[in-house]
Design a protein around this ligand. Sequence first.
Ligand SMILES: Cc1ncc(COP(=O)(O)O)c(C=O)c1O
Length: 465
Amino acid sequence: MLTISNIRDNIVGIDRKVTLLDGSTKQYIFLDNAASTPSFAYARDKVNELLTWYSPVHRGAGIKSIISTRAYDESAKIIGNFVNANPDSDVVIFVSNATGGLNKIAHRMNYMPGDVVLTTQMEHHSNDLPWRSAPNLHYINIREDGILDVEDARRKIEKYSDNLKLVTITGASNVTGYVNPYHDIAEMAHEHGALFVLDAAQLAPHRAIDMKAGGDEKRKIDFLVMSGHKMYAPYGSGVLIGPRSFFERGDPDYVGGGTVKIVTYDEVHWNDPPEKDESGSPNVTGAVAFAASIKVLEEIGMDKVAEHEMLLTKYAWEKLSAIPEVQLLAPPDYANLDNRLGVIAFNVGGIPDGRVAAVLCYEGGIGVRTGCFCAHPYLKKLLKVTSEESQMMIKKILSGRWVNIPGAIRASFGVYNNFDDIDNFVDMIERIIEGDYIGEYELDESSGEYLPKGHDLNPEEYFMI
Ligand SMILES: Cc1ncc(COP(=O)(O)O)c(C=O)c1O
């Protein structure tokens, strides 16, 4: 039985040690789970087991094919069930990741002139850029404190009501961890006849999601995307779930093998979804790994996952906010952890974010993320970057000079992180503030990375193909 207390033993690579700048070794601490998580051992083991039965799916004729096909189709059911998709009206389409899923919906929109899509100012680029091909794209504002402005959502949904086709928001921000009231926004969208998309890439690993909204049609989620690699299954699979009827019409974004029922030199008859939208040979191992990791999360219980991560977040938040030099990029109501994931972005009094991350890496054996987290517009708003500064920044980046680019450090927790990880991390932050580290860190202007002078880390000492 997997629980919060033993899940750490089920994390692949948790025991890996790295060599630090002073020559000592340390068990690596990973705090960039919002980007991608390590694998559950259960998912890896299921992949290894499947590989002994692996064979092409759907169109293969042998017994191994029958076994693999069954595993693939069953995986879709397990994943759909995890977010309470409607098996009668929804279809689960395997894609490579959340980005692939969002692009697929955008591709199928069949816009008419004047159509409007609404997204928000707090999106990951993956839930912003695919919609820029809409005839009109508008952004729901965020408030000063970074929280979604729900009143602005209401205003804009009403304002564009006549042409509003779709409203898309993230379930939770990958910068502040703030969880949006997405069922409320879905209800507003549906009242005005628009479709509602939930980018659940960030939310799904940490909170239970109910696409059916307890049977309340108005509040349901029409489309949802999520990525296996953010849910302890980094094997190249994500899903897009949405109304079967939506995917029955139109042409798929990628065409070729698997997408058709019959082809002549003159005619093409598309397959039914999901096959129509899963061009080429599908990633069976990725699908099975994703479903296996979902089974682990279900066994632990999403309520327990949320509870554990809230405790970690509160602990880290309290420790970090007690350090005067730390500026947290977070709304003031952070104490209300119901609407926050374990994602904490911050800066450390005047020390470039890249330098902090480099010391954490080379002297703390801790992995975090820095920069703008694929949410440039949102981060610039949170950091109050002026439009002149923004223009300067664009010029510098385009000329290949990554110098003084505004950014932040982000620590994000997974279900397996513990309080020791946070103590270790906060101790290192304190050491960095005190200047208690040995490396001399130099900025590589072409990449924006800080590297310790005279130290040449050789990744092949750890892993070689
Ligand atoms: C909120 C959000 N949406 C979408 C994505 C894109 O996910 P993927 O890289 O798996 O496509 C991310 C990745 O960080 C994210 O945080």
